[in-house]
Design a protein around this ligand. Structure first.
Ligand code: ZN
Length: 261
Protein backbone atom coordinates (compact mmCIF):
# COMPACT_ATOMS: atom_id res chain seq x y z
CA UNK A 1 0.00 0.00 0.00
CA UNK A 2 1.33 3.41 -0.93
CA UNK A 3 1.95 6.13 1.62
CA UNK A 4 -1.01 8.14 0.28
CA UNK A 5 -3.32 5.11 0.42
CA UNK A 6 -2.20 4.40 3.98
CA UNK A 7 -2.85 8.00 4.98
CA UNK A 8 -6.31 7.97 3.36
CA UNK A 9 -7.11 4.72 5.19
CA UNK A 10 -6.00 6.17 8.50
CA UNK A 11 -8.14 9.28 8.03
CA UNK A 12 -11.10 7.14 6.96
CA UNK A 13 -10.75 4.98 10.08
CA UNK A 14 -10.56 8.10 12.27
CA UNK A 15 -13.66 9.53 10.62
CA UNK A 16 -15.55 6.25 11.02
CA UNK A 17 -14.62 5.90 14.69
CA UNK A 18 -16.02 9.38 15.30
CA UNK A 19 -19.44 8.42 13.88
CA UNK A 20 -22.33 7.14 15.97
CA UNK A 21 -23.34 3.45 15.78
CA UNK A 22 -26.58 4.49 14.06
CA UNK A 23 -24.58 5.70 11.03
CA UNK A 24 -23.34 2.14 10.41
CA UNK A 25 -26.67 0.52 11.20
CA UNK A 26 -28.23 2.65 8.45
CA UNK A 27 -25.50 1.58 6.02
CA UNK A 28 -25.81 -2.10 6.95
CA UNK A 29 -29.59 -2.05 6.51
CA UNK A 30 -29.11 -1.11 2.85
CA UNK A 31 -26.68 -3.97 2.14
CA UNK A 32 -27.70 -7.04 0.14
CA UNK A 33 -25.94 -10.35 -0.33
CA UNK A 34 -24.35 -12.96 1.88
CA UNK A 35 -21.33 -12.81 4.15
CA UNK A 36 -19.57 -15.76 5.80
CA UNK A 37 -18.17 -14.83 9.23
CA UNK A 38 -15.23 -16.76 10.66
CA UNK A 39 -14.90 -16.86 14.44
CA UNK A 40 -12.40 -18.78 16.56
CA UNK A 41 -12.27 -18.86 20.37
CA UNK A 42 -15.16 -17.29 22.35
CA UNK A 43 -13.98 -17.36 26.00
CA UNK A 44 -15.91 -16.10 29.05
CA UNK A 45 -13.26 -13.41 29.60
CA UNK A 46 -9.91 -12.60 28.06
CA UNK A 47 -7.23 -9.97 27.88
CA UNK A 48 -5.41 -11.67 25.03
CA UNK A 49 -5.23 -10.62 21.39
CA UNK A 50 -5.62 -12.72 18.33
CA UNK A 51 -8.40 -14.96 17.11
CA UNK A 52 -10.51 -14.31 20.17
CA UNK A 53 -13.99 -12.86 20.71
CA UNK A 54 -14.84 -12.82 24.42
CA UNK A 55 -18.38 -13.47 25.67
CA UNK A 56 -19.46 -9.85 26.18
CA UNK A 57 -18.44 -8.95 22.61
CA UNK A 58 -19.88 -12.13 21.12
CA UNK A 59 -23.16 -11.42 22.87
CA UNK A 60 -23.28 -7.87 21.47
CA UNK A 61 -22.40 -9.03 17.97
CA UNK A 62 -24.93 -11.89 18.04
CA UNK A 63 -27.66 -9.54 19.22
CA UNK A 64 -26.82 -7.09 16.45
CA UNK A 65 -26.80 -9.84 13.80
CA UNK A 66 -30.13 -11.22 15.04
CA UNK A 67 -31.69 -7.77 14.78
CA UNK A 68 -30.30 -6.43 11.52
CA UNK A 69 -29.32 -9.49 9.48
CA UNK A 70 -30.85 -12.78 8.38
CA UNK A 71 -28.82 -15.76 9.59
CA UNK A 72 -28.97 -18.93 7.51
CA UNK A 73 -27.36 -22.37 7.72
CA UNK A 74 -24.44 -23.34 5.53
CA UNK A 75 -26.74 -25.75 3.59
CA UNK A 76 -29.10 -22.88 2.77
CA UNK A 77 -26.14 -20.69 1.83
CA UNK A 78 -25.02 -23.34 -0.64
CA UNK A 79 -28.47 -23.48 -2.26
CA UNK A 80 -28.57 -19.70 -2.33
CA UNK A 81 -25.17 -19.25 -3.96
CA UNK A 82 -24.91 -22.28 -6.21
CA UNK A 83 -28.43 -23.74 -6.53
CA UNK A 84 -31.70 -22.40 -7.78
CA UNK A 85 -33.15 -21.55 -4.39
CA UNK A 86 -33.89 -17.97 -3.66
CA UNK A 87 -33.36 -16.81 -0.11
CA UNK A 88 -35.46 -13.73 0.07
CA UNK A 89 -34.08 -11.14 2.42
CA UNK A 90 -34.22 -7.39 2.56
CA UNK A 91 -31.39 -7.57 5.10
CA UNK A 92 -27.81 -8.74 4.63
CA UNK A 93 -27.56 -12.53 4.96
CA UNK A 94 -25.02 -13.95 7.42
CA UNK A 95 -23.50 -17.41 7.85
CA UNK A 96 -21.75 -17.92 11.20
CA UNK A 97 -18.75 -20.28 11.31
CA UNK A 98 -16.13 -21.20 13.92
CA UNK A 99 -12.75 -22.81 13.29
CA UNK A 100 -10.77 -25.40 15.28
CA UNK A 101 -13.45 -26.68 17.72
CA UNK A 102 -12.82 -24.62 20.87
CA UNK A 103 -14.59 -25.78 23.99
CA UNK A 104 -15.71 -22.20 24.62
CA UNK A 105 -17.76 -22.37 21.41
CA UNK A 106 -19.77 -25.09 23.14
CA UNK A 107 -19.92 -23.39 26.53
CA UNK A 108 -20.22 -19.72 25.57
CA UNK A 109 -21.22 -19.19 21.92
CA UNK A 110 -23.66 -22.09 21.54
CA UNK A 111 -26.11 -21.00 24.31
CA UNK A 112 -26.12 -17.45 22.89
CA UNK A 113 -26.76 -18.68 19.34
CA UNK A 114 -29.47 -21.04 20.59
CA UNK A 115 -31.20 -18.19 22.43
CA UNK A 116 -31.37 -16.26 19.15
CA UNK A 117 -32.24 -19.38 17.13
CA UNK A 118 -29.28 -18.74 14.82
CA UNK A 119 -27.72 -21.60 12.81
CA UNK A 120 -23.94 -22.02 12.89
CA UNK A 121 -21.12 -24.28 11.68
CA UNK A 122 -18.04 -25.48 13.56
CA UNK A 123 -15.03 -26.76 11.60
CA UNK A 124 -13.24 -29.36 13.74
CA UNK A 125 -9.54 -30.17 13.81
CA UNK A 126 -10.01 -33.82 14.70
CA UNK A 127 -6.72 -34.39 16.56
CA UNK A 128 -7.60 -31.50 18.92
CA UNK A 129 -10.88 -33.10 19.98
CA UNK A 130 -10.27 -35.10 23.16
CA UNK A 131 -11.19 -35.36 26.83
CA UNK A 132 -7.61 -34.53 27.84
CA UNK A 133 -7.20 -31.23 26.00
CA UNK A 134 -9.84 -29.01 27.55
CA UNK A 135 -9.05 -26.05 25.31
CA UNK A 136 -11.09 -27.92 22.73
CA UNK A 137 -14.37 -29.81 22.81
CA UNK A 138 -14.58 -33.48 23.69
CA UNK A 139 -16.23 -35.92 21.30
CA UNK A 140 -19.15 -36.17 23.77
CA UNK A 141 -19.70 -32.44 23.37
CA UNK A 142 -19.37 -32.64 19.58
CA UNK A 143 -21.90 -35.50 19.52
CA UNK A 144 -24.27 -33.46 21.69
CA UNK A 145 -23.93 -30.49 19.31
CA UNK A 146 -24.60 -32.71 16.31
CA UNK A 147 -28.09 -33.48 17.65
CA UNK A 148 -28.85 -29.75 17.66
CA UNK A 149 -30.70 -28.71 14.49
CA UNK A 150 -28.95 -25.31 14.47
CA UNK A 151 -25.46 -26.84 14.35
CA UNK A 152 -23.48 -28.11 11.35
CA UNK A 153 -20.11 -29.82 11.86
CA UNK A 154 -17.44 -29.49 9.22
CA UNK A 155 -13.81 -30.62 8.95
CA UNK A 156 -10.68 -28.51 9.46
CA UNK A 157 -7.98 -31.20 8.92
CA UNK A 158 -6.56 -33.66 11.46
CA UNK A 159 -3.49 -31.83 12.80
CA UNK A 160 -3.97 -28.20 11.68
CA UNK A 161 -0.68 -28.36 9.74
CA UNK A 162 -0.05 -25.97 6.91
CA UNK A 163 -1.35 -28.24 4.15
CA UNK A 164 0.76 -26.69 1.40
CA UNK A 165 3.96 -27.68 3.20
CA UNK A 166 3.05 -31.38 3.50
CA UNK A 167 3.88 -34.27 1.18
CA UNK A 168 1.17 -34.88 -1.44
CA UNK A 169 -0.19 -38.00 0.28
CA UNK A 170 -0.32 -36.30 3.67
CA UNK A 171 -2.31 -33.34 2.31
CA UNK A 172 -4.91 -35.77 0.98
CA UNK A 173 -4.99 -37.72 4.27
CA UNK A 174 -5.55 -34.53 6.30
CA UNK A 175 -8.51 -33.55 4.14
CA UNK A 176 -10.11 -36.98 3.64
CA UNK A 177 -9.44 -38.64 7.00
CA UNK A 178 -10.70 -35.71 9.09
CA UNK A 179 -14.00 -36.04 7.22
CA UNK A 180 -14.09 -39.82 7.77
CA UNK A 181 -13.34 -39.50 11.49
CA UNK A 182 -16.17 -36.98 12.07
CA UNK A 183 -18.60 -38.98 9.95
CA UNK A 184 -17.88 -42.11 11.92
CA UNK A 185 -18.27 -40.37 15.30
CA UNK A 186 -21.48 -38.57 14.33
CA UNK A 187 -22.95 -40.99 11.84
CA UNK A 188 -23.65 -38.01 9.59
CA UNK A 189 -22.27 -36.81 6.26
CA UNK A 190 -19.65 -34.04 6.47
CA UNK A 191 -20.00 -31.73 3.50
CA UNK A 192 -17.84 -28.71 4.31
CA UNK A 193 -14.11 -28.18 4.82
CA UNK A 194 -12.14 -25.14 6.01
CA UNK A 195 -8.40 -24.98 5.18
CA UNK A 196 -6.31 -24.69 8.38
CA UNK A 197 -4.54 -21.33 8.34
CA UNK A 198 -6.44 -20.62 5.11
CA UNK A 199 -3.67 -22.09 2.93
CA UNK A 200 -4.10 -24.54 0.05
CA UNK A 201 -2.66 -25.59 -3.29
CA UNK A 202 -4.00 -27.44 -6.34
CA UNK A 203 -3.88 -30.88 -4.67
CA UNK A 204 -5.88 -29.51 -1.70
CA UNK A 205 -8.45 -27.87 -3.98
CA UNK A 206 -8.85 -31.04 -6.07
CA UNK A 207 -9.20 -33.21 -2.94
CA UNK A 208 -11.80 -30.88 -1.45
CA UNK A 209 -13.72 -30.85 -4.72
CA UNK A 210 -13.82 -34.68 -4.77
CA UNK A 211 -14.85 -35.09 -1.13
CA UNK A 212 -16.83 -32.03 -0.09
CA UNK A 213 -19.61 -29.75 -1.26
CA UNK A 214 -17.78 -26.53 -0.34
CA UNK A 215 -14.30 -25.49 0.82
CA UNK A 216 -13.66 -22.35 2.85
CA UNK A 217 -10.64 -20.09 3.05
CA UNK A 218 -10.03 -17.25 5.45
CA UNK A 219 -9.93 -14.10 3.34
CA UNK A 220 -10.42 -12.53 -0.06
CA UNK A 221 -7.06 -12.56 -1.79
CA UNK A 222 -7.72 -11.72 -5.39
CA UNK A 223 -8.66 -15.27 -6.34
CA UNK A 224 -11.81 -16.05 -8.27
CA UNK A 225 -14.33 -15.98 -5.47
CA UNK A 226 -17.10 -17.84 -7.24
CA UNK A 227 -15.08 -21.06 -6.76
CA UNK A 228 -16.91 -23.64 -4.59
CA UNK A 229 -13.56 -24.98 -3.35
CA UNK A 230 -12.44 -21.71 -1.72
CA UNK A 231 -15.23 -19.53 -0.45
CA UNK A 232 -13.84 -16.50 1.39
CA UNK A 233 -14.83 -15.67 4.98
CA UNK A 234 -14.51 -12.50 6.98
CA UNK A 235 -12.53 -13.06 10.18
CA UNK A 236 -14.15 -11.57 13.28
CA UNK A 237 -11.52 -11.53 16.02
CA UNK A 238 -9.91 -9.32 18.67
CA UNK A 239 -9.57 -6.51 16.11
CA UNK A 240 -13.34 -6.14 16.50
CA UNK A 241 -13.50 -6.24 20.28
CA UNK A 242 -14.40 -2.60 20.18
CA UNK A 243 -18.01 -2.90 18.97
CA UNK A 244 -17.78 0.01 16.55
CA UNK A 245 -14.96 -1.74 14.69
CA UNK A 246 -17.29 -4.72 14.19
CA UNK A 247 -19.93 -2.36 12.77
CA UNK A 248 -17.38 -0.67 10.48
CA UNK A 249 -16.29 -4.09 9.15
CA UNK A 250 -19.84 -5.30 8.46
CA UNK A 251 -20.88 -1.95 6.94
CA UNK A 252 -17.85 -2.02 4.65
CA UNK A 253 -19.52 -4.92 2.84
CA UNK A 254 -16.54 -6.07 0.82
CA UNK A 255 -17.22 -9.69 1.77
CA UNK A 256 -20.86 -9.55 0.71
CA UNK A 257 -21.55 -11.71 -2.32
CA UNK A 258 -24.31 -13.56 -4.12
CA UNK A 259 -27.15 -13.22 -6.52
CA UNK A 260 -28.75 -10.24 -4.88
CA UNK A 261 -25.44 -8.65 -3.86
ZN1 ZN B 1 -7.82 -23.16 12.35
Amino acid sequence: MSLVARLVNKLKQKYYLSRADSYFVKKIKKKKGIVFLMYHSTPFVTNEYGYITPKDQFEKQAYFISKYCKVISIDDAYSFLFGNDEVYSDKPVVVITFDDGYRDNFEVAYPILKRHGMPFTIFLTTDFISKENRTFMSWDEVVELSTESLATLGAHSKTHSSLKALAEGDKIDEIVESKEIIEEKLNKKVKYFAYPGGGFDKTCLDTVEKNYVLGFKDRINGDDDTDKRKVARLSIDSRHNEFKKFLIEIADGKYLRGKNG
